[in-house]
Design a protein around this ligand. Structure first.
Ligand SMILES: *Cc1c(COP(=O)(O)O)cnc(C)c1O
Length: 426
């Protein structure tokens, strides 16, 4: 589908039915697959043939939807996971092990911050957090001999900082390490990190990709560009024999284009089983079919709400990279020329208390632990998604205690602004 635009790929990517086959991606609601001979099935277990044998590892519905996301991001291979958390964990753990080190932007989603700094630390994987605004020199200083991955978010949830993807990619590559970018907020409609040098892209498909608050899910896309063999001392999991598959070497057998996702599926999905249900993959695809139509509307609403908030006396500060005086506006113009997303965050004068009473008075915009679906919602991160962080960690992540995050949905922007205006007034 390389010759087609992003919008066309949203609608028709990933699945090309043959003569007389279903027009819509079928839900293959089956845990297992039938074979005529044990030899046939054995070839699948040895990764000698491609095919399906058990839905914990792979399912045709998921693979069609993953192929669409790969086409949208401009990658060579992709897989779906049960959640965005699983996607980020798998993307990192596929190339890190006990004794490895990760360099990560400090401005990332609270769940990912916790995953890396607490849970992966228990597995013996160390992290150095760096400011998303770090210079190349400051970034370089964070690397160690055992650094195996660099991680950041294109637009951070909820701080709304914009990652300088080119700078992070360049520094990562100078140290012989891939850059993993979580591209959940802009989606490939508004930014394709691989075009700026990212090696692996992850998603919480729970957000805009599904877009209707219907199904939790995640995705991992490989650019197919990182040369694992050139750094074989760092990535033995990809460049030395896997005895659980009769000694195959992923980087040799599947090349740069396929090694990462094949290893991730055949080892991590086999052992952890964080598969997305085919039913959820089907729902995700319905969302993807209109992603290119919905994203511009989310951006339009986000921009309008941000501009309105900026003019209010009771508002201390508004974060939205689409605002001309936002510190990330220049990066936004470079990486997000059509806008980023519909998420806006702002601080009310009066901190946590003012935030609480404002949110209580909203009628249309609901209080939810969610962002990025059709219905507008809001949240105070310090008392919900980020409550595990200390005040210092909150500050480092760019999240003051009184910050309110509003996710602008697909409603009429005048109705959203009126709802906010009424809540501010009372
Ligand atoms: C929500 C989110 C995640 C986690 O995804 P889940 O689908 O909730 O597991 C990861 N990264 C970002 C940027 C997110 O917004």
């Amino acid at each position: 589908m390389n010759e087609f635009s992003t919008g066309t790929r949203c609608v028709q990517g990933g699945y090309r039915p043959g003569n007389g086959e279903p027009r819509q991606i079928p839900i293959v609601q089956s845990t297992t697959f039938k074979y005529d001979t044990s030899e046939d099935m054995g070839k699948l277990f040895d990764l000698e043939a491609s095919g399906y044998f058990y839905t914990r590892l792979q399912n045709p519905t998921n693979d069609h939807v993953a192929a669409k996301i790969a086409e949208l991001e401009g990658g060579t291979a992709a897989m779906l996971t049960s959640s965005g958390q699983a996607a980020n964990f798998f993307a990192l753990f596929n190339i890190c092990e006990n004794g490895s080190h990760i360099v990560a932007s400090s401005s990332i989603y609270g769940g990912t911050f916790n995953l890396i700094s607490v849970t992966m630390a228990k597995m013996g994987i160390d992290v150095t957090f760096v400011s998303p605004d770090a210079s190349s020199e400051e970034l370089s200083a964070a690397f160690k001999d055992n650094t195996r991955a660099v991680f950041g978010e294109t637009i951070a949830n909820p701080a709304l900082t914009v990652l300088d993807i080119e700078k992070f990619a360049q520094t990562a590559h100078e140290h012989g390490v891939p850059l993993i970018v979580d591209n959940t907020f802009p989606t490939p409609v508004n930014c394709r990190p691989i075009e700026w040098g990212a090696d692996i892209v992850t998603h919480s498909t729970t957000k805009y990709m599904d877009g209707h608050g219907a199904a939790v899910g995640g995705a991992i896309v490989d650019s197919g560009r990182f040369d694992w063999m050139a750094h074989n001392n760092k990535y033995p999991g990809l460049t030395t024999p896997d005895e659980s598959y009769h000694g195959i070497i992923y980087a040799e057998k599947f090349g740069k284009e396929g090694a990462f996702i094949t290893k991730c599926t055949s080892q991590l999905m086999r052992d952890f089983g964080c598969i997305q249900s085919p039913q959820n993959a089907f729902l995700l695809n319905l969302g993807l079919e209109s992603l290119h139509v919905r994203m511009p509307k989310h951006v339009e609403n986000g921009q309008a709400v941000a501009e309105f908030l900026q003019k209010q006396d009771k508002v201390l500060k508004v974060n939205y990279p689409g605002l001309k005086d936002d510190p990330y506006h220049t990066l936004s113009e470079k990486y997000l020329p059509n806008g980023g997303c519909g998420v806006v965050s702002f601080e009310l004068k009066g901190g946590r208390g003012a935030a609480e009473s404002f949110m209580k008075k909203l009628k249309l915009i609901a209080i939810e632990t969610h962002v990025a679906d059709a219905r507008s919602c809001c949240l105070n991160p310090a008392t919900s998604t980020h409550r595990q962080l200390s005040d210092e960690q909150l500050a480092a992540a760019g999240i003051p205690a009184g910050l309110i995050r509003i996710s602008c949905g697909l409603e009429d922007k005048d109705d959203l602004i009126r709802d906010i205006e009424n809540a501010l007034r009372s």
